[in-house]
Design a binder for this molecule. Sequence first.
Ligand code: AVJ
Length: 318
Amino acid sequence: MLKPEIEDGETVLPDPAFRADVLAGLATEPKAIQARWLYDHRGSELFEDITDVPEYYPTRTETALLRETCPKVAEIAGKGRAVVEFGSGSSAKTPILLEAAEPAAYVPIDISGDFLRASADALRDTFPALPIHPVEGNFLQPIALPDSVADTPKLGFFPGSTIGNMTASAGVDLLRAMRTSLGEGSLLLIGMDRVKDESVLIPAYDDSAGVTAAFNLNLLHRINRELDGHIPVDSFRHKAVWNDGLARVEMHLEAIEDVAFTVADTPFTMAAGETIHTENSHKYTPRSARLLLNAGGWTPIAEWTDPKDWFALILAEA
Ligand code: AVJ
């Protein structure tokens, strides 16, 4: 029987969906576990640390690009829209848009109420006059926005190339759900990471300080902690590979020797060299980015990139 474990003073209850996903993912061939499970409390901290490592270019490239771009977005969009952010908002990027867009309201949507409240509180200090209406919910589905912004034109915000975690078909579903949530005539400002040389991509996902490795390996620790797992974590290594056919960086956990272990009393074996696929980070060309947006019901109307063409911000219309 699984017992709740105490960690950071918090009670961690075994999540039945996590358990089901892990047991199914370890039983499939090849093994794969959904990327969402990387982001527990510790995983989210480690991701924050990744955004500071020198090799991980996306966050700092996009942030610098937003500083240049948001005034231009505001010119096109006009002031007084409701900014609707998909995700709870990051300390650095959101204020850049809010500063430039002078919105009538800010509506962050996130599945984690805790993250939502924390980021809303921080923004209230910076923008005391701005009405903030957090919505707790899963934005993969169409979501009802607060009545107070029903008649306000919307500007959606989806930075971070978070869409890159999704396959094309899941990404199209998400874009269509966003279109339904925001309504026809809305605008969406989305960050999408560009295809670039492997010599830049691989180090970004396999940094020399080992922060990304720790982020990936934390999944095994999490399984051991929360699911009564007995995975020998030291027998695994982090691996980042460029899948050229599917234009994505893949993260895997590779067994460095033959291993046998149990998770929730279920036995598994892996041969040396076998991997568990844990995350995809799709990269886009100018055309593939526009095609994805189009397939999702959005018409790109403007786009901006940094001087190296490493990261793109696209403004699209529903
Ligand atoms: C949060 C999905 C945008 O794909 O670049 C970073 C996640 N994983 N390093 C990305 C991630 C390993 C990140 N996203």
